[in-house]
Design a protein around this ligand. Structure first.
Ligand code: COA
Length: 254
């Protein structure tokens, strides 16, 4: 079965991370499928909204670390950057049902979603510094905006996970549910949205986002440049090597 399931029904496209044995970590090939699906959903007038989901125990462990080392995003057209742009600029409502770990892009993606429903087992983390990297997906802009600077510094400099209730408190998620209910609830909200007039949904989202959008695109481009440089530096090599070898990274000389 495919690592990304794409299913459209009743005006709702659902994109499911489906690589449970690797904690739904995302390869370049999966990003390409996701980017194609989001772009297609944007262009298809029969689609009113998109829902991202994993399963009841895992949303996504973020980038597949081995694949990321072998296929680093080197150009603007790389699948991950294409996906991020498509998500940031998606004109219709984006929803997510999040259970279990949501690491890296598993969390930063949510800052581009309009509605997020979390299982009470959801654990959000952005461990970019721990990997010798820097924020991506405009998270250097959006995380301080939503969490406030000091909580953002905790999330981005320390990279430690925070749980569903904390995410609810800062406004990153709309509602916390039992893990078995998160996906169904997101689907019911998506159906509600799909019954509304598309042009009003699109205009309303655009009005809410239009002042912010140029800053989001600028942040994403700048982060992409720095992320690409950091990826080639010794700290990232050490962090990724340590993950593959299942040991603690040693940054003492870096
Ligand atoms: N890339 C590649 N493989 C990954 C992965 C990732 N980001 N995350 C998990 N996996 C793989 C593990 O290597 C393991 O594979 P194996 O069974 O072949 O050994 C399998 O998925 C299960 O992972 P494991 O760590 O045993 O699961 P866990 O339940 O103990 O922990 C996580 C889950 C998500 C907390 C943990 O896997 C993790 O921290 N992953 C790395 C997250 C990360 O740093 N992502 C990059 C963000 S840019």
């Amino acid at each position: 079965m495919s690592d990304i399931l794409v299913h459209t029904e009743a005006g709702v496209t659902t994109l499911t991370f489906n690589r449970p044995d690797k904690k739904n970590s995302i390869t370049a090939a999966m990003y390409a499928t996701l980017a194609d699906a989001v772009e297609a959903a944007a262009a298809d007038p029969a689609v009113r909204c998109v829902v991202f989901q994993g399963n009841e125990t895992t949303f996504s462990a973020g980038n597949d670390i081995g694949d990321f080392l072998n296929n680093p995003p080197t150009t603007e057209d790389s699948p991950v950057l294409r996906f991020l742009r498509a998500v940031a600029q998606f004109p219709k409502p984006l929803l997510a049902a999040v259970c279990g770990p949501a690491v890296g892009i598993g969390t930063t993606l949510l800052f581009h979603c309009d509605l997020v429903y979390a299982g009470d087992n959801a654990a959000f983390s952005m461990p970019f510094v721990n990997l010798g990297l820097c924020p991506e997906a405009a998270s250097s802009l959006l995380v301080p905006q939503m969490l406030g600077y000091h909580r953002a510094a905790e999330a981005l400099l320390l990279g430690e996970p925070f749980m569903a209730e904390a995410a609810l408190e800062v406004g990153l998620v709309n509602r916390v549910l039992a893990p078995s209910e998160a996906s169904g609830y997101a689907q019911s909200v998506a159906r509600k949205l799909a019954a509304k007039p598309l042009s009003s949904l699109v205009q309303t989202k655009q009005l809410m986002k239009r002042h912010q959008m140029p800053m989001v695109m600028e942040a994403m481009a700048e982060e992409g440049r720095r992320f690409g440089c950091l990826l080639r530096e010794p700290a990232a090599r050490e962090a990724f090597g340590a993950f593959m070898e299942r040991r603690k990274p040693d940054f003492s000389q870096l």
